[in-house]
Ligand binder design. Sequence first.
Ligand code: GRF
Length: 392
Amino acid sequence: MDKIVPGDVVIGISSSGVHSNGYSLIRKLIEVKGLSLSSKAPFDESQTLGQALLMPTKIYVKALLPAIKKNLVKAIAHITGGGLTENIPRVLPATHGVVLDANKWTLHPVFNWLVAEGRMSASELLRTFNCGLGMVLIVGEDKKDDVLEIIQNSGEEPTVIGNVKLINEGEPQVDVKNLKLPLLHPIKTRRKVGVLISGSGTNLQALIDYTQNPCNQSSAEIVLVLSNIPDVEGLKRAERANIPTRVLSHKGLKRVEFDRAVTKILQEAGVELICLAGFMRIVSAEFVKTWQGKILNVHPALLPAFKGMDAHKQVLEMGARITGCTVHLVEPEVDAGAIIEQAAVRVEVGDTVETLQERVKVLEHQIFPKALELLASGKISRGEDGKLIWHE
Ligand code: GRF
């Protein structure tokens, strides 16, 4: 330790993720956000939260031993609990500190998520997590190139991240420059959404995934899923996402009676906006009036073409070469409300209702959450004439 002098070089080696630190906070965050280890990682959709968070801690012995044996390294700090701010000072004389340039390494995306959702300050992050660096070495300026080369030979990508400096009494020993963290959004009140379904609920799933992903900071929160058919897959999807469900059979009820009962259930749950996501019923004019400008529907065609049932069949019969999907406001006339989002797909020779439906649904899952977000965030509203008003 006594060999460390100002001007020495600080070398960092990347971590594979959070390693084994900060899990009390991470567990709490998962609980509060209603996530589970099998949820998609909000910061990396290619893996589950479990896969990302349980990524094994990197072991650095093989990478470091050759340089240590050659006596090229002055000090090593393993960045564990205590992060950069508490671990690096353990190898420094009290009179010395390090200045690190965060532009020189990559902050693993998991840390951006932790900051945004845990509403963590930079100093909290730096004293709890490795911030993307699992190991930090201090070497003399003259040994820097040798050490970098030896570690590179092990397959690691060491980076010079800063220097040692003398510090005044009371000055922090770790000074991290250029740490760019996500801006913390003000906590917003979310519009409560009820989703009405009758079946498989793949659109519901897309809405759940979008609104529950903390990275999206969605203005919408699904508070209830109601189905007119019992035991459908969509209800299971809601249950898995911890969203309350209701089943209300339409059998034996007049349309208006059923719709009034639905309105009562939705109002009791505090619902402000409704998504019809494969709800195989035509809603009454009274229902539309009660919820005017607050109901969205996804239709599997490019409206105003191919309204009503069997849209894909109509498309194929017509020989249309382009179709798609539409999310629109619901008006008393079926499939006639203001269009909010659309996406198109080519009809291929040999397409069947099933193949078309499959490709169109992929697009439905993209535009439905987008349209809901526009309405929930207040970026759009329904004008008196039924047309959309775009705000800002
Ligand atoms: C979708 O094709 C949608 O366009 C239509 O109903 C279907 C619902 O599918 N309104 P899912 O239940 O969301 O899988």
